[in-house]
Design a protein around this ligand. Structure first.
Ligand SMILES: C[S@@+](CC[C@H](N)C(=O)[O-])C[C@H]1O[C@@H](n2cnc3c(N)ncnc32)[C@H](O)[C@@H]1O
Length: 358
């Protein structure tokens, strides 16, 4: 159950697949997805039998990718057997544990309840309505339970990231926002009034090695050899850290300093150069010049900070770019929040380069 995410390529998988098959005839061993977001691309190539190198600067994305890319075999949750009667004989262990978290845990208030729901923020300078009171409490309860199990070594890393990513997805479904977390709605919308529920979904099992990072792309570029490097940078000035600050805080659960009406994290270390008009060209050039991948595939659209010509010039540093075009329906958040966008669709480009120069 993927996050509803700006720039998700879920609906473009077919276009990307067709393009890759038209330009690369040899078998691809390792695919790099180093602006991974929801991991849609990594998942797709994992299912095709490739090894994946996944990275994103945001922690919630890393956690999501640890779930969908990192986990390769069924989870047993063996360490919870003494705490959860019935687990040992349960056929579907993951579902059993999720059901327990959904209903069987002692409520425990925490950072989300205290800062992001009406009851918890009443009497404070800013009353926030990002979640219903019940859901904010559930998020804290489940988040703390998962952390406790990890600290007590009752769950291993795969189980930890599986549960945490599933909580992030569940929280996102009941968030009281138009789509991103830059603002909350004044009254609880219907989906935000529903009780939060952890839902099981399937993981693609795999016998390949997958590597996951949570860093600036420039720090991880060549840590693992990559055949096909897919680049899907942010297109515009809308920073992901601000737009998804609540997912980041639930994911890290680091009790950050927050400020203002929306309770934004004060830490700005995740601001991306790829969202800055005066820095994006240099940052992108650095990635293109330094990668040792054989092939480069880049997603970008006609409304990005870099123009088509600028992007093609940068890619030409490594070979002859081929450009593929696809008309694409605009992401919901762009329509609801950027009302200056008149066009219903944008043009998505895929640029392919075989790295022969540089
Ligand atoms: C367009 S989205 C990727 C969407 C993804 N392909 C999907 O299908 O969900 C861009 C991603 O780049 C990440 N990002 C931004 N700056 C970054 C940087 N300097 N290094 C690594 N990741 C970065 C953002 O957090 C965001 O998840």
């Amino acid at each position: 159950m993927a996050l509803n995410y700006i720039g998700s390529k879920l609906s473009l998988l077919d276009f990307i697949d067709r393009t890759v098959r038209s330009v690369i005839t040899e078998e691809i061993g390792v695919v790099g997805d180093l602006f991974a977001g929801t991991g849609a691309i990594g998942r797709f190539f994992k299912a095709k039998g490739c090894s994946i190198v996944s990275n994103d600067i945001q922690h919630y994305s890393y956690v999501t990718n640890r779930k969908y890319i990192g986990i390769c075999a069924p989870l047993t949750f063996q360490g919870l057997e003494s705490e959860l009667p019935g687990l040992r004989v349960a056929k579907d262990k993951a579902r059993f544990v999720l059901e327990h978290l959904n209903t069987g845990t002692e409520p425990r208030k925490g950072f989300i309840y205290e800062n992001y729901c009406e009851e918890g923020t009443r009497g404070q300078a800013h009353v926030r309505l990002y979640f219903s009171n019940e859901n904010a409490l559930l998020i804290d309860t489940i988040r703390q339970k998962i952390e406790g199990w990890a600290i007590d070594r009752k769950i291993d890393e795969d189980e930890y990231f599986y549960l945490l990513a599933t909580l992030l997805e569940a929280a996102d479904r009941v968030a009281n926002t138009a789509s991103v977390y830059g603002a909350f709605l004044k009254t609880l919308k219907a989906s935000a009034r529903k009780r939060l529920e952890l839902v099981k979904d399937e993981i693609i099992f795999s016998d390949k090695t997958h590597t996951l990072f949570n860093d600036d792309i420039r720090n991880v570029l060549n840590r693992v050899p990559i055949d096909l490097l897919y680049l899907d940078p942010p297109y515009n000035a809308r920073q992901y850290d601000a737009n998804y600050h609540l997912l980041e805080t639930i994911s890290r659960y680091d009790h950050p300093e927050i400020s203002g009406k929306t309770g934004l994290r004060k830490d700005t270390s995740q601001k991306s150069d790829f969202c800055r008009k005066h820095r994006v060209k240099q940052a992108f050039t650095e990635v293109v010049q330094k990668t040792r991948a054989k092939y480069l595939l880049v997603s970008y659209n006609n409304e990005g900070l870099m123009s088509l010509k600028e992007l093609q010039e940068i890619l030409a540093l490594r070979g002859t770019p081929k450009t593929f075009v696809h008309a694409y329906k605009r992401f919901k958040a762009d329509k609801t929040e950027n009302r200056n966008h008149k066009a219903e669709s944008t043009t998505e480009y895929l640029h392919f380069v075989k790295c022969e120069k540089g």
